[in-house]
Design a protein around this ligand. Structure first.
Ligand code: ADP
Ligand code: MG
Length: 385
């Protein structure tokens, strides 16, 4: 699949631009194994890069024009490097153009112009961060063609900067970190306060396990308002408890928090505090006992999001319960909530049973048919051709 798409994107580039690309770079989507709504509380997350990737075929030009084209829209969008801004670009092209802009900003000057063509097998809007995949694929390409040799962490920040400043989405650094730093069969353990990242071996294949993505196809209804109110509750909790961020609280502080906070704010705080310790416990369990030991932590994370943070929906709860009932060893909703996907850590022998059971239950409840597929932990952004 991967090599085929790399060759395909190179061919499409030649058709669109009339000459060969200088190379093809690619970057993966990601899924968050555990650690939800902990990032903006300066806590811990544990995503991994997946075997679904975005490819960017790129060549340098002799002038300062940037042209971007994608299978989304083959007619190239074209403008000068110095013209790129939040006001001048919009739609899908804001992602690659924003990255070119952010690389120029970081390197303190403009490189030569570029022709860029993009294709991808990362599903869009399924919570697998097709946005980080496109950003990181373009970032590594521009870095190499402009001979900058920036560090991976800087390239991750460039993706975030593009998304914040040019696309206009206030996202954190998790997605780009996973897409840049991912390794085969490893997760990226990220401290969102220090931005320190460590690779943690997953050992899924060796244990005969796979992560199933169950995309409920429920669009993130109320996601904006829900997200903003959760963030506000976390800030309020930290303020009342006298800490810089909820990261600074642990389980022992919860008794005092229960006295000082109203019930709802307390439950929001309890989710973040317990979720941070679940991420740490998951890392510990993976290192000491392997992936069969993390099932209960995944489900505890789901319960906390459902009951304390209140960001699940019926479809996600159904997916999780059915997966567990039919052989998954752990399952949880993943992503920001109010829709999107669940993950289920599932023995290979149970993959088809879980898949069929979830689909049958969704059908009988009158839900839309879910999109269910397995992913594995794949390497991060790099040159592929
Ligand atoms: P996700 O959860 O998939 O990251 P986002 O809304 O953050 O969802 O980003 C999806 C957007 O990224 C798409 O709407 C599109 O603008 C852009 N994008 C993703 N993949 C591609 C692609 N292959 N070609 C062009 N644009 C893409
Ligand atoms: Mg995104």
């Amino acid at each position: 699949m991967t090599d085929q798409l790399a060759a395909q994107v190179s061919n499409r580039f030649a058709v669109v631009y009339g000459h060969e690309p200088e190379g093809v770079w690619s970057a993966p989507g990601r899924v968050n194994l555990i650690g939800e709504h902990t990032d903006y509380n300066e806590g811990f997350v544990l995503p991994f890069a997946i075997n679904r990737r975005t490819y960017a075929a790129v060549s340098k030009r002799t002038d300062d024009r940037i042209r971007v084209s994608s299978t989304f829209a083959e007619l190239p969008v074209e403008l000068s490097l110095s013209e790129i801004s939040a006001e001048t670009v919009s739609g899908w092209s804001a992602y690659p153009l924003g990255v070119v802009w952010a690389v120029a900003e970081k390197s303190g000057g403009f490189g030569v112009g570029l022709d860029i063509f993009i294709d991808s097998d990362v599903p869009v809007g399924a919570g697998l961060s097709s946005s980080a995949a496109i950003e990181c694929a373009v970032a590594v390409a521009v870095d190499e063609l402009w001979a900058l040799a920036l560090a991976e962490r800087d390239l991750a920040r460039i993706g975030q900067r593009a998304e914040n400043a040019i696309v206009g989405a206030p996202t954190g650094i998790m997605d780009q970190s996973a897409s840049m730093l991912g390794e085969l069969d490893h997760a990226v353990f990220l401290d969102c306060r220090t931005l320190e990242a460590q690779s943690v071996e997953l050992g899924f294949a060796e244990a005969g396990l796979e992560i199933l993505i169950i995309d409920t196809r429920v669009e993130h209804r109320h996601a904006d308002g829900g997200y903003a109110s959760r963030r506000a509750a976390c800030e309020e909790g930290a303020r009342v408890m006298g800490v810089a961020a909820l990261r600074d609280l642990n389980a022992n502080d919860l008794t005092l928090a229960a006295e000082r906070l109203d019930d709802q704010t307390f439950r929001r705080v309890r989710h973040v505090v317990t979720e941070n310790s679940r991420v740490l416990a998951t890392v510990d369990a993976l290192r000491k006992s392997g992936p069969t030991a993390i099932g209960e932590l995944l489900y505890a994370s789901h319960e906390s999001m459902r009951d304390d943070f209140e960001i699940s929906v019926d479809e996600l709860d159904t997916a999780v319960e059915m997966a567990l009932r039919h052989g998954a060893i752990g399952a949880r909703m993943t992503g920001g909530g109010f829709g999107g996907a669940a993950i289920a850590l599932t023995p290979l022998a149970k993959i088809s049973e879980v898949t069929l059971a979830v689909k049958a239950e969704f059908a009988s409840l009158g839900y839309a048919e879910p999109n269910i597929f397995a992913v594995s932990a794949a390497p991060g952004a790099r040159r592929v051709l």
